[in-house]
Every structure is written in structure tokens, then in C-alpha cells.
Design a protein around this ligand. Structure first.
Ligand code: SF4
Length: 502
């Protein structure tokens, strides 16, 4: 079996989903191979002769190796300008390579002119014409050789983001032509979201033999005639850990699937009704301790949608000996300063907090289950404990008004000395959330696989006005702008912990 991670995703850390599958396959004695085609494909494009001849691109090509080395070295606040230049140089080369195939490629995104990753007809077109994909000259010889050498019966593609879909389908189409009898499976976060749509009727039969929702271990083992044995830890030894673009190796680990809160209106976790499946904290501790001794990471990235209070408690009790970060809810137990100090001692270097709004009525309407007083206390506790914060704000939710958005601005400014990084987003309405049924949906066809829909805002706070407010007012506020300037470009939260002394 061969498992593939298609381009394009930020190449800062190995794919956790593949490592999880690898652990289960290894334990069941299945012969397999992992291919991080994202990492290999991006390196391939960076190393090809560059078609553009302007001064900046030529300079970017000259500086390429130096920049790649820099992104693997230690960063500090002072090195952010140097870091930004390195990222923008590398993106410049990728943009020039992508332009040949009418695509926009960067270290974190992929768009192909005229093809949409949420239209099944476009994905099938990309599968029928894989030679039009800018990564074709990388993956065609690579996959041909792998199939000859390994002779697999099953190939799985892990597609988690829209930025992977077009390349993933181009690779599937190429494999199908190369080996019509090959069993091709697709899984990952994006495929799971598609399968959870009530109107999904598989348009990919004939190309993809099996679309897998949720954790794929059982389905893959079933294809090999094996049963899943409990207790398999993820395995990273099949992945090129030294090649990822980060200072040292980041170990991603998921201690649960779903979300321990799962009540926020309009959150895809709630809309897709995914069950919350936590791994017992004792198992998490033993998995992490063996992975740490096996892979010697410089940072652990906990991938859970929200770290549960039970897990946070276990992490505080049993320090991992390596800096770590992840998403948490801005409520108990973080309202207790002593607990935050314990978390810091356990290696917690940064917490990502979904604050969404600085208006309590909006938070209540979203069922966030957090109080603004608590959020302010959590921010203060974390700052005093030496834990950085990466805060997420969401504008244009159905309950928000322009006045409420201004209250969010005031809240952010008031707490700005306590906020290290900010992510500011405009609300997207998940197509199948129960709450969406109460809104007037606009007649607009983004694609049969679209996960979001356009709606008429109940208070007239439409996307254009929200964007205008963000660009002209929110982001121009001096306190907000100073926080936004600290964000590492392209890699954002994936590299932010390295800028706060991880
Ligand atoms: S806490 Fe985060 S992941 Fe969980 S339901 Fe709310 S928004 Fe979704």
C-alpha cells in the first residue's frame, strides 16, 4: 500500500494523518510506503530552472538555498524581517513556476486558473488531464517508479484542504491511467466534510474506489483483509523529518477527534455532527513520550480542535520535556493563574484561543460558552505565566452588527498588550449547519462540493461592509496593526511559537 499527501499544504511539519495510518498499518503487519508529495513537489518546483527573468525572481533563485537553510534555523523577534524576505523569495519562485501551468502556487496555497476545487466536474477534468497540473513533471515519473518498484494493490490519497484537492485528483487520474486495476482510496478532512453533506452523491465513481470518512485506519486495514488492533501510536519514521521547513522537527499529534465543546453555532465540527473521540490522557502521555524519544522534536503541535480541561490537566501534571502548543477554550481551567503557571512549566509555549467576538451578546448567540470577563482574565494569566496567545476573531457572523464589531475592536485594543498574534477572518456560513436553515440563502452556485453558502445578513452587515470595516478601521488601528505585523507570513500560527522563545 502507498499513502500519498498531495500538494499544497504549508511544508512546516509532517502530515499527522499519514503518521496515524502508518502506526496502525505497521502494527497490523501491512507493508506500506508513505509519500509526502507536498514536500517533495514543492522542493521539486523550487529546484527547477525558473522561467521568469525579472530581477526579483532571479535574485530569489540565487538566494534559494540560503533561504531554505534560514527557515530551518532558529528565529527570534529580531529575525522576522529576514524571515519575511525568505518566505516571500521562495513564494516568488513558486509563483513563477505555477504561472507556466496557469496556477498560483505558494508555500501555503494552490489555485489553478479556470478550475475550482469545489466543482466535481473541474476535479474530474483535472484527473483526466493530469499533464496540465504544474506538479505533473514531478509526480508522473515519481509515481511511475513507485508503482514499478512497490507494485501496490492500494493507493490512498489524504486530502485535508481545498488547496490539495486539484493536485490530489490530478494524481489520482494519473494513477488510474497508469494502473487501471489499482484500488484508489481518498480520505482526510476535506473528503470527510464532503461525505457528511446530505446531498453528496459520489461523482467520482470510476476514478476513486473508496471515499473514507473520518479516521481511515479501519477502512484501510479492511482493504488488506486485516482487523484494527487497538493501541497503535502514530509512526513518523517513514517521513523525511529533517526536510520540513522549520527550526528542528515539529511533532504534530492529535489527542482526540471532534471537539470537546462542539456547541458553537455554525462551526463545522457541530454542523458535521462529528463524534468527540478523546484518547485517554494516559495513552496520550505514553504516545508522546515514545514519539519524543524516537524523533527528538523541537516543538509539539497538539492538533485537537480544543484541548479538553482533562488533557490540559494531564499535560500540566506530566511535563513533556519539549515545548508544545495547541488550541484551547478561553475559560476554565485557564482562568486560574496557578494552573497557567503549571502549564508553562510543562512546556506550553503558546495557546490558540477562538475568541471570535468582543461582544457578549454575539458570543452567546454563537453558543461559544465563554464570558468576556473570563477571556480577559485568561489573556492576563497567560501573559503573566509567559505563554503566548494566538487569538482568532470572526466578523460578520449572523448575530453581529456593525456596533458589535466596533465593540470587538475596543475589546481587542483594551487587551492588545496581552495578545501576541491575531487571526482576523470573515465568517463563512457552513452549508449544512442546522442554524443555517434559519437564514435566507442567496441563489449563487459556488460548486456542488462547496462547504459554505452565501446568505443575506439579518442585520444588513454584509460581507462587503465587513471587509471595508476590517480594512479601513480594524486593521488600521495602531494597537491592532502592531499585533498583525508580528504574524509570520504564510506559515502564521505554525511558526509563531518559534518567535516567542519555543
Ligand atoms: S470550540 Fe472551536 S471547534 Fe469546538 S465547536 Fe467551538 S468553534 Fe468549533
Amino acid at each position: 500500500m502507498i499513502l500519498i499527501y498531495p500538494p499544497v499544504v504549508k511544508p512546516s511539519e509532517p502530515p499527522a494523518g499519514l503518521a496515524k495510518l502508518a502506526g496502525a498499518l505497521r502494527q497490523a503487519g501491512v507493508r506500506f510506503l508513505l509519500l509526502d508529495a507536498n514536500l517533495e513537489g514543492l522542493y521539486y518546483l523550487l529546484e527547477q530552472p525558473c522561467p521568469a527573468s525579472d530581477t526579483w525572481t532571479k535574485g530569489a533563485v540565487r538566494r534559494r538555498d540560503k533561504n531554505l537553510r534560514f527557515l530551518k534555523s532558529r528565529y527570534s523577534n529580531e529575525s522576522l524581517p529576514r524571515y519575511s524576505r525568505a518566505v516571500s523569495d521562495l513564494n516568488r519562485i513558486l509563483a513563477a513556476q505555477g504561472a507556466r501551468g496557469h496556477a498560483r502556487i505558494s508555500l501555503g496555497d494552490y489555485e489553478q486558473q479556470g478550475l475550482s476545487p469545489v466543482k466535481s466536474a473541474d476535479l474530474l477534468y483535472g484527473a483526466i488531464h493530469p499533464e496540465k497540473n504544474p506538479f505533473y513533471s514531478y509526480f508522473a515519473p515519481r509515481l511511475t517508479k513507485l508503482l514499478e518498484e512497490e507494485n501496490p494493490t492500494v493507493v490512498g490519497l489524504s486530502i485535508n484542504y481545498l488547496s490539495q484537492a486539484l493536485c490530489g485528483f490530478a494524481m489520482a487520474g494519473f494513477l488510474r491511467k497508469l494502473s487501471p486495476k489499482l484500488r484508489i482510496c481518498m480520505g482526510g478532512g476535506l473528503i470527510t466534510s464532503w461525505l457528511s453533506s446530505p446531498i453528496f452523491s459520489n461523482p467520482f465513481a470510476g476514478l476513486v474506489d473508496e471515499m473514507i470518512a473520518g479516521p481511515g485506519e479501519e477502512a484501510l486495514l479492511r482493504l488488506c483483509g486485516r482487523e484494527r488492533e487497538p493501541g497503535a501510536a502514530p509512526s513518523y519514521r517513514e517521513l523525511p523529518l529533517d526536510d520540513y521547513l522549520s527550526p528542528g522537527h515539529i511533532l504534530p499529534y492529535s489527542a482526540s477527534s471532534g471537539c470537546c465543546w462542539r456547541r458553537c453555532a455554525f462551526c463545522p465540527e457541530a454542523a458535521e455532527e462529528s463524534r468527540y473521540r478523546p484518547t485517554p490522557p494516559v495513552r496520550v502521555a505514553s504516545d508522546l513520550s515514545s514519539l519524543v524519544s524516537e524523533t527528538a522534536p523541537s516543538l509539539i503541535h497538539l492538533l485537537d480542535s480544543a484541548l479538553s480541561p482533562a488533557l490540559l490537566g494531564a499535560l500540566a501534571d506530566q511535563p513533556l520535556g519539549v515545548p508544545w502548543y495547541g488550541f484551547a477554550r478561553a475559560t476554565t481551567p485557564l482562568t486560574d493563574k496557578d494552573f497557567c503557571l503549571e502549564l508553562r512549566r510543562s512546556g506550553c509555549t503558546m495557546l490558540k484561543l477562538g475568541i471570535e467576538s468582543g461582544d457578549q451578546e454575539v458570543l452567546d448567540a454563537l453558543s461559544k460558552g465563554i464570558a468576556l470577563d473570563d477571556v480577559a482574565r485568561v489573556l492576563k494569566n497567560l501573559k503573566e505565566a509567559g505563554i503566548a496567545t494566538y487569538c482568532y476573531l470572526l466578523f460578520g457572523t449572523p448575530a453581529e452588527t456593525e456596533d458589535a464589531a466596533r465593540r470587538t475592536l475596543k475589546f481587542t485594543v483594551r487587551n492588545s498588550p496581552l495578545i501576541d498574534f491575531l487571526n482576523v477572518a470573515v465568517f463563512n456560513l457552513p452549508a449544512w449547519s442546522p442554524a443555517a436553515a434559519k437564514l435566507r440563502i442567496r441563489d449563487f452556485y459556488p460548486g456542488d462540493l462547496a462547504l459554505y453558502r452565501d446568505f443575506v445578513h439579518p442585520h444588513g452587515w454584509e460581507r462587503a461592509a465587513v471587509r471595508h470595516f476590517l480594512d479601513r478601521e480594524f486593521k488600521r488601528n495602531a494597537a491592532v496593526a502592531a499585533i498583525l505585523r508580528r504574524d509570520p507570513p504564510t506559515f502564521t500560527s505554525n511558526h509563531a511559537p518559534f518567535f516567542v522563545g519555543a
